[in-house]
Ligand binder design. Structure first.
Ligand code: SF4
Length: 208
């Protein structure tokens, strides 16, 4: 199989036809997206949902209350996500940042400046920064995660984070809705097919 850049849009349509629209990210506010993007590191989404629910019940899904929250209480509320001490500390840190810097002002920065700003915060790497940019700031940055990397390997494309991101962004129109939907579809497909070892029925291998 020889993968061509234009196959990326073909893959999108294959996934969309199979799985339907995904409407990500499941969050009520931009700050909830930020919190979810921090909590999802090295865990599964149901654990994040539990933690988000706990934070909501305690009125901690706003920057200032979260920044000022008791660290031990916070650790308890996010314990279900694993690495809870580190995550609680980092959540307080990013909440402090958004207490001191108005979210609308931060998100209206030019994309590359915004990305550097996010990457300068503790615990924010490429994937977390780009999730915040795409789903909270609604700017066109394609999110590459472990699912995407594996899927691309399956169609014969190898690359590091920035190389794969460059491939997607150079092959697709810079459309926030498209990037959001595509990333969500990759995650959903990976759970439904790759995770269940349904490689014999892989739609990508059959169609490319
Ligand atoms: S279903 Fe299997 S072959 Fe297809 S993308 Fe997933 S891991 Fe790769």
């Amino acid at each position: 199989m020889r993968f061509r850049n234009k196959d990326l849009i073909k893959v999108y349509h294959i996934l969309r036809e199979e799985l339907g629209p995904q409407y990500w990210w499941p969050a009520e506010t931009a700050f909830e997206v930020v919190v979810g993007a921090m909590l999802i590191q090295q865990t599964k989404w149901p654990n994040v949902e539990k933690a988000i629910c706990n934070l909501k019940e305690h009125g901690l899904l706003e920057p200032k209350p979260l920044a000022e929250s008791d660290l031990l209480l916070l650790e308890d509320l996010v314990r279900c996500c694993g690495f809870y001490r580190q995550k609680a500390f980092r959540l307080k840190n990013i909440a402090s940042y958004f207490t001191e810097n108005k979210m609308d002002d931060v998100f209206s920065l030019p994309l590359d400046v915004l990305r550097q700003r996010m990457l300068s915060l503790k615990g924010v790497g490429n994937e977390t920064a780009d999730s915040i940019i795409l789903y909270a700031a609604h700017k066109p940055r394609f999110v590459i995660d472990a699912y995407t990397t594996r899927m691309m390997q399956c169609v014969g494309v190898e690359g590091n984070y920035m190389q794969l991101q460059g491939l997607f962004e150079n092959s697709l129109p810079a459309d926030v809705g498209l990037y959001q939907e595509y990333h969500a579809l990759i995650v959903e497909y990976s759970k439904s097919y790759c995770g269940k070892k349904k490689c014999d029925a892989c739609l990508l291998k059959q169609s490319l």
